[in-house]
Design a protein around this ligand. Structure first.
Ligand SMILES: [Cu+2]
Length: 351
């Protein structure tokens, strides 16, 4: 349905950037870190996502690539629970439904083994990530091209990743990341949005791929980080280490939700059935009636105008640049600021 509405409406829906609200494994949805309530809670609920005080849906910039913030986002703290998934199964990562259409770039997924003590207590600075998925420029026919994030928007703002079937069972952090390149033509202008989740992978695989520390994943001048997407690109090199040989390339699909899951805690059971379950925001299994096989979130965003003459752009939306035909005025309190000749953005001004 969204695809019929076109990019102009999408741009007008932009309010901020984004984060993953929940993940879905075989129809079972696990809550993510709720930036609207969890950072303020004295005792945040046990969820499978790593926590962060990033309440503004912000990003990590290249000048922080050597700091621990690049690992699992700003000041991230370990998820206190995990979800069980069989090697070979898929995980659907549901983003907030407002990813800015201007924020083109790759989507990358990594795993890192937490070792025998599990991911709830692991020191993130010791995690060694190997890449299991990396999609960048899908079609460069028209500048600035069709990118992985465009596929995500078309898939109900979600991304499906398959856990390679040969991965050895154990506890892993799934590091899922969107990278926005609209300002990446200037060094330091790239935006990374890493999101981490704790998984217990089951199965009979034996692969234990080597990986790299989160703080060694990227450099500000990597060809996939410092890149001008407003020129014709024949190829794009997805940043980060080489793709794991057992990685599986899949066609993107959505995932219907049929139940809500309870995070598992501890490292006791291999199947998840004998470990201690904890309380969470959704402690019961609830059957959800779905009216559409592709709908996993409700969309209640309101919009004022959809571009064109007299329209105003919402904060962080595009308001100018070479070839831009949409709104050039910003809804207050925001001002149109030029990042480069190809992209101007409505930047909120102090109230
Ligand atoms: Cu942005």
């Amino acid at each position: 349905m969204y695809s019929l509405l076109g990019p102009a409406l999408f741009a007008s829906l932009v309010a901020a950037h984004g984060h993953v609200t929940n993940i879905v494994i075989n129809g079972v949805s696990f809550d993510g870190w709720d930036i609207n309530s969890d950072p303020y809670a004295e005792t945040p609920p046990v969820v499978v996502a790593w926590g962060t005080p990033n309440t503004a849906n912000g990003f990590i910039a290249p000048d922080a690539y050597t700091t621990s913030d690049i690992i699992c986002h700003l000041d991230a703290t370990n998820a206190k629970g995990h979800a069980v998934v069989a090697a070979g199964d898929r995980v659907f990562l549901q983003w907030t439904p407002d990813w800015p259409v201007s924020h083109h770039g790759p989507i990358i997924d990594y795993l890192a083994s937490c070792g025998s003590s599990g991911c709830e207590t692991v020191d993130k600075r010791t995690l060694e990530f190997f890449k299991i998925d990396g999609v960048g420029l899908v079609d460069g026919t028209t500048v600035p091209g069709i990118w992985a994030d465009d596929q995500l928007i078309a898939q109900d703002s979600g991304w499906m990743v398959e856990i390679p079937s040969n991965i050895a069972p154990g506890h892993y952090v799934l590091r899922h990341e969107m990278i926005a390149l609209h300002g990446a033509g200037t060094e330091g202008g790239t935006q990374n949005y890493p999101q981490c989740f704790n998984l217990q992978i089951t199965g009979s695989g034996s692969d234990k791929p080597s990986g790299v520390l989160g703080t060694d994943l990227y450099r500000p001048t990597d060809p996939g980080i410092l890149v001008n997407i407003y020129t014709s690109l024949s190829t794009y090199i997805v940043p980060g280490p080489t793709l794991y040989s057992g990685a599986v390339s899949i066609s993107q699909t959505t995932s219907a939700i049929t139940a809500s899951g309870t995070p598992v805690t501890g490292t006791g059971g291999a199947t998840g059935g004998t470990t201690t379950t904890s309380t969470s925001k959704s402690s019961t299994t609830t059957l959800v009636t779905t009216t559409s096989a592709t709908t996993t979130t409700s969309k209640t965003t309101t919009t004022t105008s959809a571009g064109g003459s007299g329209a105003t752009q919402t904060p962080y939306g595009q308001c100018g640049g070479s070839g831009w035909a949409g709104a050039t005025a910003c809804a207050s309190p925001a001002a149109c600021s030029s990042l480069n000749p190809w992209y101007s953005q409505c930047v909120p001004t102090a109230a």
